[in-house]
Ligand binder design. Structure first.
Ligand SMILES: Cc1cc2nc3c(=O)[nH]c(=O)nc-3n(C[C@H](O)[C@H](O)[C@H](O)COP(=O)(O)OP(=O)(O)OC[C@H]3O[C@@H](n4cnc5c(N)ncnc54)[C@H](O)[C@@H]3O)c2cc1C
Length: 408
């Protein structure tokens, strides 16, 4: 059985582990910390700037989507959608037409796939919307959402504030606190009882994403039915419940399928010095109790680029890859890393590892550095994920392609 070590516990690392175990590999996932899912909206952005299915074939050949190939994206998304469906967290959408979802700032987020409870807020549907905040929750301002959506020409009714059946709170509730309350059947019954008379005439209601953590689909469906209207969630500031729900689902699924998970240690790569061509022999985990070695047939890096430590920007002007010190594509000179205005495209966004179509990191000679080393996700050079609206799509496509290339 092929043994794979996947480094990184974000969307990319979790999915790569699941793809690999599904193909019969023995998988260990090691992550120093949590990935970025709880900082995201929980949707799968493929190409926010235009219709993904049309835009992707026109990208330059060095873009991660072109290298991974359209089929990897399609199959990876299908796989992810099936997983979510089986786990009772259905995702809606496709790459032929982006959803247009309201954000907590009243801007419009375009995404290919979204959890059903968010997708019901799709602004392509003309059913007028009312936006409600809930008493005591400070991280959501319905008036702001309404004012900005109106400016964008969206048919929107009103903003209102709804009470919650909370006992005397001892601190400001966060989204997580409220989600835990919504997991409770008795609490939901009370919410439905208190809200229903205040919502007469409303057809579609948007609320902050707080409707449960452990069984959000049940909470959402039940409330919709009891209130007699379409109800949708809008992601809030991190920790984002939709991102957290997806993270929980993927972690649970990975472990159920047999992935062994090690959380906490920083990972360094181990090179087999005697092999020709060069190979990695595994990784070294830096734990509190000392170094621990894991041997592997294949190592896959899903360490997420600069935001999560896959790339380290150093004071001396060097950008270093954190596991094997692989060559990084970046501009020499710190003054070139950022653009003058935060609104411009940031050069650093494109930095990362250059890879071939098998997702193998390349050296200066354009050849794979190690025959059994692969990478995926935010670590790969050549995409401004934030500007393109492509973060999650690149993670899915490259994770799928890397595992396919590694395991055949
Ligand atoms: C600061 C920040 C802001 C973000 N903002 C947004 C946003 O506005 N919108 C949005 O959609 N998404 C946002 N994200 C999430 C972003 O979508 C994901 O980070 C991105 O999709 C890349 O996913 P990934 O799985 O490739 O890597 P990540 O999700 O970044 O995961 C990387 C993983 O690698 C691990 N790791 C890194 N180096 C090592 C090492 N040497 N040893 C062991 N483990 C290691 C990390 O601990 C982590 O588990 C943000 C993330 C961060 C960190």
């Amino acid at each position: 059985m092929t043994e794979i070590v996947v480094v990184g516990g974000g969307l990319t690392g979790l999915l790569a582990s699941i793809f690999a175990v599904d193909r019969g590999a023995k998988v260990t996932l090691v992550a120093r910390g949590r990935g970025g899912l709880t900082l995201s909206h929980g949707c799968i952005d493929v190409w926010g700037k235009a219709t993904p299915s049309r835009a992707l074939s026109r990208l330059r050949m060095s873009h991660p989507y072109r290298l991974a190939g359209a089929e990897s994206l399609r199959t990876g998304l299908e796989f992810l959608r099936d997983l979510c469906h089986q786990a009772d967290l259905p995702y809606i959408g496709n790459i032929s037409r982006n959803l247009r979802l309201p954000t907590a700032l009243g801007t419009i987020h375009t995404s290919a796939l979204a959890p059903k409870s968010l997708a019901l807020g799709d602004l392509r549907d003309n059913t007028p919307i009312t936006i409600a905040g809930v008493d005591g929750f400070r991280d959501f301002y319905p008036e702001l959402v309404v004012a900005n959506l109106l400016k964008a020409g969206i048919a929107i009714n009103d903003a209102l504030q709804l009470p919650l059946p909370l006992s005397a709170a001892r601190r400001d509730p966060y989204a997580m606190d409220l989600a835990r309350s919504f997991d409770d059947q008795h609490f939901r019954d009370e919410v439905a009882r208190i809200w229903k008379p205040r919502l007469s005439g409303i057809k579609r209601l948007g609320v902050p994403a707080i409707l449960g953590l452990f069984n959000p689909q049940l909470a959402h469906e039940e409330l919709q039915e009891r209130l007699g209207m379409a109800l949708f969630e809008i992601p809030t500031l991190p920790p984002s419940l939709p991102g957290l729900r997806l993270e929980r689902l993927l972690q649970r699924k990975a472990m159920e399928m047999g992935v062994f998970v090690i959380e906490g240690p920083k990972v360094l790569g181990r090179v087999d010095g005697s092999a020709k061509p060069a190979r990695v022999s595994g990784v070294v985990l830096q734990t509190a109790g000392g170094a621990r070695t894991l041997t592997a047939d294949i190592v896959l890096l899903a360490t997420g680029g600069v935001l999560h430590g896959g790339l380290v920007f150093q004071q001396n002007g060097r950008v270093q890859e954190s596991v094997l010190d692989l060559p990084v594509s970046y501009d020499e000179g710190r003054q070139h890393w950022t653009a003058y205005s935060p609104l411009e495209t940031q050069p650093y966004a494109n930095y990362g590892l250059r890879v071939n179509e098998q997702m193998q990191p390349l050296g200066a000679d354009g050849l794979p550095i190690y025959t059994n080393l692969f990478c995926a996700g935010g670590l790969i050079a050549g995409a401004d994920r934030s500007g393109e609206g492509s973060r999650q799509g690149i993670g899915v496509a490259t994770a799928y392609r890397a595992i396919e290339a590694a395991l055949g």
